[in-house]
Design a binder for this molecule. Structure first.
Ligand SMILES: *[C@@H]1O[C@H](CO)[C@@H](O)[C@H](O)[C@H]1NC(C)=O
Ligand SMILES: *[C@@H]1O[C@H](CO)[C@@H](O)[C@H](O)[C@H]1NC(C)=O
Ligand SMILES: *[C@@H]1O[C@H](CO)[C@@H](O)[C@H](O)[C@H]1NC(C)=O
Ligand SMILES: *[C@@H]1O[C@H](CO)[C@@H](O)[C@H](O)[C@H]1NC(C)=O
Length: 207
């Protein structure tokens, strides 16, 4: 029979391993609820006051009618834009964990040319290192981490190797369109759950 103290230590080690496990901290939405894999969210950059929205939510567009499809944000903070779902992190958490690589899939319903442009990806460098929409990546490459500056704000990072991450920011191109880009001032994002209700809420501040 096993020594009870040894059993206790084994159990304790297992519990510690679980609680200290990677990705055990949930990402929270703008209502301070866990961000879940089965729900849809708008992703909206925060103003430098850390509270109100700096722009609308996500949009996708091309330039000159050609591929690729870029990811940007809507100009109006009243437009919550295309929603996303998060998937494919390497843990059993039901909520979206911080600091684990994951995929970000956009709910693009209108037919749009170019190869199934649903997932966030990083393309080649142009005027800036723009994020693009593409097919499902073989390996998830984005991570979410709580901002150390704003409550409720999160950084989204591109982490191709799981480390050496580059934070996502916005970059205004010569047409005045706000792209998501990697070599821009990092933005703080809020995750807003659910369906757009155009009839309610005239103020878009969160918290
Ligand atoms: C997602 O799952 C949670 C519990 O895990 C549940 O309460 C919620 O209704 C689900 N949402 C959808 C859209 O299915
Ligand atoms: C997933 O995590 C486990 C445990 O931390 C690790 O052993 C495994 O290599 C990881 N798999 C991938 C694909 O990163
Ligand atoms: C995707 O968007 C369409 C149209 O806006 C909406 O009807 C549908 O419920 C959305 N799906 C998800 C998974 O959010
Ligand atoms: C990660 O960053 C460090 C420090 O900037 C650098 O020395 C190293 O080469 C980088 N590794 C990879 C795989 O990019």
């Amino acid at each position: 029979m096993m020594n009870p103290m040894f059993c206790f230590l084994l159990t304790l080690t297992a519990v510690l391993a679980m609680t200290e496990g990677r990705g055990s901290t949930p990402v929270l939405d703008s209502d301070s609820k866990n961000v879940l894999s089965n729900e849809s969210y708008s992703i909206i950059p925060l103003k430098s006051n850390g509270v109100s929205y700096d722009s609308g939510g996500l949009t996708v567009f091309n330039r000159g009618g050609t591929c690729p499809i870029y990811i940007g944000v809507k100009a109006s903070e009243f437009n919550l834009g295309v929603t996303v779902r998060f998937s494919d992190w390497n843990s059993t958490d039901k909520y979206v964990p911080q600091l684990l690589n994951l995929n970000i899939k956009m709910n693009i319903t209108t037919p749009i040319k170019c190869l199934r442009p649903k997932y966030w990806a990083a393309g080649a460098r142009e005027e800036a290192w723009f994020l693009r929409a593409g097919i499902k990546p073989l390996k998830p490459k984005f991570q979410i981490k709580k901002s150390d500056v704003y409550m409720g704000g999160y950084y989204i990072s591109y982490c191709p190797a799981g480390f050496n991450c580059t934070r996502v920011g916005t970059f205004v191109n010569e047409d005045g369109v706000r792209h998501l880009a990697l070599n821009a001032t990092p933005a703080h994002f809020a995750f807003v759950r659910g369906v757009i209700k155009t009839s309610s809420k005239t103020t878009m501040s969160i918290g």
